[in-house]
Unconditional design. Structure first.
Length: 92
């Protein structure tokens, strides 16, 4: 009875966390991590290690970036609040 009123896996077209219900924005691409990884590896294979470059636009953006992000300039970066707290405590 409870599961008929509270569907655990709703069918929708957005990326959503099962545990927290956080809904991903359009820039979240964690569901494409395997494809992004394969593309990155294919650019590296056969090349010189000194010429390997990683672009920020090719990185995986997780659901954590929806709640824990800071905008620095034009770039939005994910911030771990616990790590930030530890670094502030150590710096004092």
């Amino acid at each position: 009875m409870w599961f008929t009123q509270h569907i655990p896996f709703p069918i929708n077209d957005v990326l959503m966390s099962i545990s927290g219900g956080v809904v991903g924005t359009a820039d979240v691409n964690c569901h494409l991590s395997h494809e992004l990884d394969c593309d990155g590896i294919s650019r590296i294979v056969g090349g010189n290690f000194g010429n390997v470059k990683f672009k920020r636009k090719d990185k995986v953006i997780t659901l954590a970036s929806v709640n824990n992000s800071a905008k620095i300039g034009k770039e939005k970066i994910t911030v771990d609040p616990l790590t930030l707290f530890h670094r502030i405590c150590v710096a004092k």
